[in-house]
Design a protein. Structure first.
Length: 506
C-alpha cells in the first residue's frame, strides 16, 4: 500500500449536465491537465449512479422545488451514455470509480467493469447498500463526513472481516467548506485509529484554494478527491467544482507539497552539499603535540574550529573507535587527516561482551535495577577482555555502596587494593576464586568474603560468576593496581543494560 502512487480522484458528479458530449469534454480536458503529472500520480474519473425511477419516492418525482430532485432528473444519463463516457475515461488513461446510491447501481458498476467503488458520506452507515457493495468484491474508498468513530469502527470491521480493501477519506460535507471548517487534523486521527488503511482527503473547499491540499499532503493523505467541471456558455460551475486551470494549479501544489515533505519510511539521504556545509561547521582534530606513527590516544589531540576538508572530525571520535597514524609523524597543531589514519571500530566487540555479560545475569536470576549503567573494565584493552577484566553494575553509591560484578569464564581481575573502601563479596551465581594475603580460596553461591582496606586482592572465575559487592562509599581514585603502568587508556567502556536486553538473550 505504501508503494502506491498518490491517487487523485476527479469527481464529475452531475457536472456533465446530462450531456454525453459535455461529459467527454470534461474527461478530455482533465486528461490534458493530468498527463503532466502522470509520472508522479495516479488519476481516476468518478461518476455517480442512481436508479432514479426507484431511488426517488414516487410522490416527489415531479417536484421542481426540491433542489436535488430537480438536479438529478435534469442531468439524467442512461447506461449506454455512461458506457460511452467510461470508454473515454479508459482512453485518457484514467482509472474508473463510481459512487452507487442504491443497490441496482452496484450491479451496474460490476457489469461495466469499474476499478473502485466509492461510498459517499451520506451512505456510510447504509447497511443494505454496504452489503451489496461487499458482494461486488471491488476495492472500496469511503468518505466519513459527519460519522462518529463508533460507526467508522463498525464499517471498517465490516469490510475487514470480508477481506475487502478499504480506504478512508476525511471529508467535511459543507458545500463549499470554509477554511476554518476543514478539520485536517482528522487525517491524523484516522491514520492513528486505522494504521493499516490508506487515508485520503475529499475536498469541498473553494476550488482556487491551494493550502488545503498542501496541508493534507503534509498530514500523510495519499488519496485526494475534488469536484471538477468545464464551464461553457450556459454552464456555470458550482462553488466547490474546479475548472481545468484550477485543477492544474491544485496538482502543482500537491506535487510541490510531496516534494517538500520528502521520504517518510526511512531517514533521508543528505546531499553532498549538505554534508559539506555541515562539515565546515564541525570541530576538527589537531595534534596537541608531536604525534608518532601508531595508536593515537585522546590525550594526543584537541578539537578546534574550523576544520578542513578530509580532516578527522569530532563526530568521528566515538568511544568505540581506535585511531592509528599509519606512518611518519604529525607536528603540533597540525590537523589529523583521514587519508593518513586507520580507524578501527570496537562496537561489535563491545556488543559481544555485553551479550555475554547479560547471559550470565539472566542465568543468575539476580535483579538488576532498570536502565543500569554497565561498565566493562578492560585493563589491557578490549582485545584481552576475555582474559583480564570484569563488568560492574552500579546499584547505589552513598555512605554505603552496592555493585553487581560479573566475571566471564576464564577472566581475571588484576591485583589491586583500596585505602578507603572495605568490601564484602557475596556470590550469587557460579564460582569465584579470590586471592588475598598470599592465598587463594574458591567461593560458591551464598558464600561471603570480606576484603579489608589495604589488602591486595584479585579475583577470577573458571565457570563464570555473578557476585554482589557491598562496601563503604566507592571513590574512583581509590583503586591501586600493581601493574597500572602496563594498562591501556581508556581502560573502561560504559554500556547500558535494560530488562528487555537481558530477556532477549537466549
Amino acid at each position: 500500500m505504501e508503494n502506491l502512487k498518490p491517487l487523485f480522484i476527479l469527481e464529475m458528479a452531475n457536472n456533465h449536465q446530462g450531456s454525453t458530449e459535455h461529459g467527454i469534454r470534461i474527461i478530455r480536458e482533465m486528461g490534458r491537465v493530468c498527463r503532466c503529472f502522470a509520472d508522479r500520480f495516479d488519476f481516476a474519473i468518478k461518476f455517480q449512479f442512481r436508479e432514479l425511477d426507484s431511488f426517488i419516492h414516487p410522490a416527489y418525482r415531479e417536484r421542481t422545488d426540491i433542489k436535488n430532485v430537480k438536479r438529478f432528473l435534469s442531468t439524467r444519463l442512461g447506461m449506454e451514455e455512461f458506457r460511452e463516457l467510461l470508454c473515454e475515461v479508459r482512453g485518457q488513461g484514467f482509472k474508473a470509480i463510481c459512487t452507487p446510491f442504491d443497490e441496482p447501481s452496484v450491479e451496474r458498476i460490476v457489469q461495466m467493469g469499474f476499478d473502485y467503488i466509492k461510498i459517499a458520506s451520506c451512505s456510510f452507515g447504509d447497511w443494505p447498500l454496504l452489503e451489496k457493495i461487499a458482494e461486488a468484491r471491488l476495492p472500496v474508498i469511503a468518505s466519513v463526513a459527519g460519522c462518529g468513530l463508533e460507526l467508522i469502527d463498525k464499517v471498517v470491521s465490516f469490510f475487514e472481516h470480508r477481506k475487502i480493501e478499504l480506504s478512508l477519506m476525511h471529508c467535511v460535507a459543507e458545500y463549499p467548506t470554509p477554511a476554518g471548517r476543514l478539520e485536517l487534523n482528522q487525517i491524523d486521527l484516522l491514520k492513528e485509529c486505522y494504521p493499516k488503511l490508506r487515508v485520503g482527503f475529499s475536498t469541498h473547499e473553494e476550488p482556487g484554494s491551494l493550502y488545503p491540499v498542501i496541508a493534507a499532503v503534509a498530514k500523510g493523505a495519499t488519496i485526494f478527491e475534488k469536484h471538477v467541471g468545464v464551464p461553457e456558455e450556459g454552464i456555470c460551475l458550482n462553488a466547490y467544482s474546479a475548472n481545468p486551470a484550477e485543477v492544474g494549479r491544485w496538482l502543482e501544489a500537491a506535487a510541490l507539497a510531496f516534494e517538500m515533505c520528502g521520504v517518510k519510511d526511512k531517514r533521508y539521504e543528505p546531499s553532498e552539499k549538505e554534508l559539506s556545509d555541515l562539515a565546515a561547521l564541525k570541530r576538527g582534530a589537531f595534534a596537541k603535540s608531536r604525534i608518532g606513527a601508531g595508536k593515537v590516544s585522546a590525550e594526543d589531540i584537541y578539537l578546534a574550529f574550523p576544520s578542513v576538508p578530509g580532516q578527522l572530525l569530532a563526530s568521528d571520535l566515538s568511544k568505540y573507535t581506535e585511531i592509528y597514524l599509519r606512518e611518519g609523524s604529525l607536528e603540533k597543531d597540525r590537523p589529523l587527516m583521514l587519508e593518513d589514519l586507520e580507524l578501527k571500530s570496537n562496537i561489535e566487540t563491545v556488543r559481544e561482551f555485553v551479550s555475554a555479560v547479560m547471559k550470565l545475569i539472566r542465568e543468575s536470576s539476580i535483579v538488576v535495577p532498570e536502565d543500569s549503567s554497565c561498565e566493562l573494565s578492560h585493563h589491557y584493552g578490549l582485545s584481552r577482555y576475555r582474559e583480564f577484566g570484569c563488568a560492574l553494575i552500579d546499584c547505589v553509591n552513598r555512605e554505603y555502596c552496592k555493585k553487581i560484578l560479573i566475571v566471564l569464564p576464564g577472566q581475571t581481575n588484576p591485583t589491586h587494593y583500596h585505602l578507603l573502601k572495605e568490601e564484602t563479596f557475596i556470590v550469587v551465581y557460579g564460582e569465584l576464586i579470590i586471592g588475598q594475603d598470599g592465598a587463594e580460596k574458591t567461593y560458591r553461591r551464598g558464600e561471603m568474603v570480606v576484603v579489608k582496606r589495604g589488602v591486595r586482592h584479585y579475583f577470577r572465575s573458571e565457570t563464570g560468576c555473578v557476585f554482589e559487592e557491598i562496601s563503604t562509599t566507592h571513590q574512583g581514585s581509590d583503586s591501586y593496581y600493581d601493574e597500572a603502568e602496563n594498562f591501556v587508556s581508556p581502560r573502561k567502556t560504559k554500556a547500558y543494560i535494560t530488562k528487555e536486553m537481558i530477556e532477549s538473550v537466549k
